[in-house]
Design a protein around this ligand. Sequence first.
Ligand code: PXP
Length: 243
Amino acid sequence: MVRLGVNIDHVATLRQARYKGPGGVTPEPDPVAAAREVEAAGAHGITVHLREDRRHIQDHDVRQLRQSIRSRLNLEMADIPEIVEIALAVKPDEVCLVPEKRLEVTTEGGLNVRTAEKSLRGTVARLRQAGIVVSLFVDADLEQIAASAAVGGNYVELHTGSYANAGGSAAELRKLVAAAEAAHRHGLRVNAGHGLNYVNTPAVVRAVPHLDTLNTGHAIVSRAVFVGLRQAVSEMLEVIARA
Ligand code: PXP
């Protein structure tokens, strides 16, 4: 079965909306408590994005999650020296390298692996030497897939944002299928994520070959507002299992 990684950044977004600095109260909601609920529902991993501007997940969240979770920790991050050092110290199970722009609301577009090849090659090697599995977040673009293999990644995470924004279009789905096939030919394993929800996920699960893990955040945390996080994760696992 395709595995589910749950991105809990937005639990931290809610906390940061009120508690930005040290105070006399325990800040809530706690991402570590959220991770426990996600795991209790049966998800296969916890994903967090430590952004350079620290808008949601903080350094201490990553350290605490590393110590407390039993499933896999996937750290999304940009190829920035400061964050690379944190990853090497914390040693998540997996790092997903993503592009990052300060003014974006969420990650827009995949990495341009081709133009950043030199730096990425060094970063991927250092992370892999530390025993961390490395994934590159790329659009469904065959040149980017080839470049991801060339820089030594273990995985690509296919950016499903264009598919999601196009209302789950068949043309965008075909691009994801071709990209997954190309990744497999290059010896890369395949994850996917961004903008996936309870409606557009089944077609991805059915059509895209070689899929290992789907990383999904916003739809699950949004659903959790109404039904609770454990139930929201269970429902997504069911959607994947039924597909
Ligand atoms: N994968 C990557 C690389 C991302 O940057 C994000 C967003 O943080 C996701 C998956 C999850 O996207 P969404 O929150 O839209 O499900």
